[in-house]
Design a protein around this ligand. Structure first.
Ligand code: AMP
Length: 278
C-alpha cells in the first residue's frame, strides 16, 4: 500500500494504472461503515484508492473541525489489511492553496435538511469530492447511504456536470442495537449512547407504519418527532419524509420515500435515515 500526500504524485500513480479504479472518500477515524465501502471497492475494481482528508470547508464556524477524531496509524493499518493499493492523504495547503476560491453549488437538492442546518456544508462537500474525482479519476466512487442527502448531492453533481464516474451507494452499517456507525459517535457519553438508540427506534417505527399502510407523510413526521421527543436527552433538528432524489418534502408516499432525521444529543448531532418503498 502506498501513501500519497501530493496531488502530483497521485496523478503519476494513477496514470500508470490499467484496469478499473475505485475510490472511497473518507475523513478517516475509520469504522466498519467505511470498511464496508472499501471491501466493495476492493471486490469490484482492479485498483483501490481511499482518501483520508478532514475537509475544513464542509464544517461551519461553530462545528467540530478542530476536534474531529483522527487516528491515522490505525486507519492505515486497517486499510492495509483490506488490500487497499493507495491512500491519498493530502495536507490542507495541498488541497486549498492560498489562492483557492472555486466552489461547486449543486442547487436545490443541497438547500433543505442538512443544508438548512449547516449552511455551506454541501458546497464544501461537492467541491472537495469534485477535486478528489479530478485528481484520482476513478471509474467508481463509493458512498454510504448513512449520509443520504450527501449521496443525492453527489449524484446530482455527477449528472449535471457530466462527470465520467459511477456512484455506488452502500447500505448503512449499524451496531447490534441498530445505532448507525459514525466517527462522531466517539463524542457520546455512555448515557448519551443509550439515548441515541432513539433514532433507530424511530426508523423502525417508520417501517412499521409503512407496512401497516400509512401513506400520509405528515403522519410519519409527527409520530416520529413525538417518539424522539419522549427521550429527554434528544433534541430534534428535523424529521423529514422526502423524495430521495430531490429531497422535496412529500405529502403522500407514492413511490420511494426517504425518511431522515437529525437529532442532537448533548453537543453531538446525529443523522440517520431509511428509504421506504424501494
Ligand atoms: P465520513 O468519513 O464520515 O466522511 O464518511 C465517509 C463515507 O463513509 C461516506 O460516504 C459515508 O456515507 C460513509 N459512511 C459513514 N458511516 C457509515 C455507515 N455507518 N455505514 C455505511 N457507510 C457509512
Amino acid at each position: 500500500m502506498q501513501v500519497l500526500t501530493t496531488i502530483a504524485e497521485t496523478r503519476t500513480a494513477r496514470a500508470a494504472l490499467q484496469g478499473s479504479v475505485g475510490l472511497v472518500p473518507t475523513m478517516g477515524f475509520l469504522h466498519d461503515g467505511h470498511l464496508s465501502l472499501v471491501r466493495a471497492a476492493r471486490a469490484e475494481n482492479d485498483h483501490v484508492f481511499v482518501s483520508i482528508f478532514v475537509n475544513p470547508t464542509q464544517f461551519g464556524p461553530n462545528e467540530d473541525f478542530a476536534t474531529y477524531p483522527r487516528n491515522t496509524d490505525r486507519d492505515l493499518a486497517l486499510l492495509r489489511d483490506l488490500g487497499v493499493d493507495y491512500v491519498f492523504m493530502p495536507g490542507l495547503d495541498e488541497m486549498y492553496p492560498a489562492a483557492f476560491e472555486a466552489a461547486v453549488d449543486v442547487g436545490s437538492v443541497a438547500m433543505p435538511l442538512e443544508g438548512a442546518f449547516r449552511p455551506g456544508h454541501f458546497r464544501g462537500v461537492a467541491t472537495v469530492v469534485l477535486k478528489l474525482l479530478n485528481i484520482i479519476l476513478p471509474d467508481r466512487a463509493y458512498f454510504g447511504r448513512k449520509d443520504a442527502q450527501q449521496l443525492a448531492v453527489i449524484r446530482k453533481m455527477v449528472r449535471d456536470l457530466d462527470l465520467p464516474v459511477d456512484i455506488v451507494a452502500m447500505p448503512t452499517v449499524r451496531e447490534p442495537d441498530g445505532f448507525a456507525m459514525s466517527s462522531r459517535n466517539t463524542y457520546l457519553t455512555p448515557e448519551q449512547r443509550k439515548a441515541a438508540t432513539i433514532l433507530y427506534q424511530a426508523l423502525t417505527l417508520a417501517l412499521e407504519m409503512w407496512t401497516r399502510g400509512t401513506r400520509d407523510a405528515e403522519a410519519f413526521r409527527s409520530r416520529l418527532r413525538e417518539l424522539i421527543e419522549d427521550e429527554e436527552l434528544a433534541n430534534v433538528d428535523y424529521v423529514s419524509v422526502a423524495d430521495p432524489d430531490t429531497l422535496r418534502e412529500l405529502e403522500r408516499i407514492q413511490g420511494p420515500a426517504l425518511v431522515s432525521m437529525a437529532v442532537r444529543i448533548g453537543r453531538t448531532r446525529l443523522i440517520d435515515n431509511v428509504t421506504l418503498g424501494e
